[in-house]
Design a protein around this ligand. Structure first.
Ligand code: AMP
Ligand code: FE
Ligand code: FE
Ligand code: ZN
Length: 282
């Protein structure tokens, strides 16, 4: 059997591994295909493609967009997106600016709590265009204000904690359209973590292509529930570990192995979407 991991992060967002390290782990775990799904960026895809090619792994370009629908946060995975698509690059650059400003606001709140952290320390540690709360957490640990990521999140960074700042999120309907216009397939990430099943019909109406049924934080019962929903709405099935490297203790790569037949279905959908766009232009 051949397997894939379609949900992975590198240090181009809040993961700790480089694309080359991640590809090497993929090889160790015998993966046939991998996708890189960094938050709001495709910056690592070119290097990941080269690194995968070097170790004989099929690479699928990707990204994980933070979006919202009816006040619910959800993450949308875009697969096979064209990493040179101008609109996608422009929108992602906007999302990244929002992320950078949010870091400055979180640091300002920490300063108000008499924690003299400097945003330069966070940006230096993040060393990427798409920084997030884990980088603030790591900077807090580095400066000796917290002992662990969990402590940093639980004391300061979790929703409604004193340094938490709400994040601008693109509308899920716009995010699906953005992925499609970049030639990508749109998949709802880890639906079992958000538990907002009631928005799925609206997403389907907007063109959602798939559900991430297999995820490292989904129990067998949860995976089965979403397999059933995918079947009901005629959605594709995807899966991945959501590995962030050493951020959360043990690396998760290798814990979710998606049977390769689902990658075949994704490719078929990509072909259909391409045909549909070509017909529109006729
Ligand atoms: P952000 O995109 O800046 O809102 O940060 C969200 C990211 O924080 C998620 O993608 C996770 O990678 C990470 N995260 C959330 N909660 C925790 C936690 N308790 N410990 C470590 N990382 C976390
Ligand atoms: Fe993350
Ligand atoms: Fe996510
Ligand atoms: Zn993720």
């Amino acid at each position: 059997m051949r397997f894939a991991d379609l949900h992975l992060h590198t240090n181009f967002s809040d993961g700790t591994y480089t694309p080359e390290e991640l590809a090497a782990f993929g090889r160790q775990h015998g993966l046939a295909a991998m996708s890189l799904t960094d938050h709001d960026t495709i910056g690592g895809c070119a290097r990941m493609a080269t690194a995968c090619q070097a170790v004989g792994i099929e690479f699928i370009s990707g990204s994980e967009l933070t979006a919202e629908l009816n006040g619910n946060e959800l993450h949308l995975l875009g697969y096979f997106i064209d990493i040179h698509n101008p609109k996608l690059l422009a929108e992602m650059s906007r999302f990244q600016t929002v992320r950078q400003n949010r870091i400055r606001e979180m640091v300002a709140r920490l300063n108000q709590l008499n924690i003299p952290l400097h945003d330069d320390a966070v940006f230096a540690l993040a060393n990427c265009l798409s920084p997030g709360r884990p980088h603030v957490a790591r900077a807090l640990i580095q400066a000796g204000f917290c002992k662990s990521l969990d402590e940093a999140f639980n004391r300061f960074l979790k929703k409604n904690k004193p340094a938490w700042v709400p994040k601008f999120k693109v509308s899920a309907l716009d995010a699906i359209a953005l992925i499609h216009q970049a030639g990508g397939v749109a998949v709802m990430a880890h639906p079992g973590l958000n538990r907002t099943d009631d928005i799925i019909p609206d997403l389907v109406a907007a063109g959602l292509d798939g559900l991430e049924c297999f995820h490292s934080k989904h129990s067998t019962v949860t995976a089965e529930h979403y397999l059933m929903l995918a079947d009901q709405h005629r959605l594709l099935v995807t899966g991945g570990s959501d590995c962030h490297g050493m951020n959360k203790g043990k690396p998760l790569i290798g814990t979710v192995k998606l049977p390769y037949e689902h990658v075949e279905r994704l490719k078929e959908r990509k072909g259909e979407l391409k045909l549909a766009t070509t017909n529109v232009h006729k």
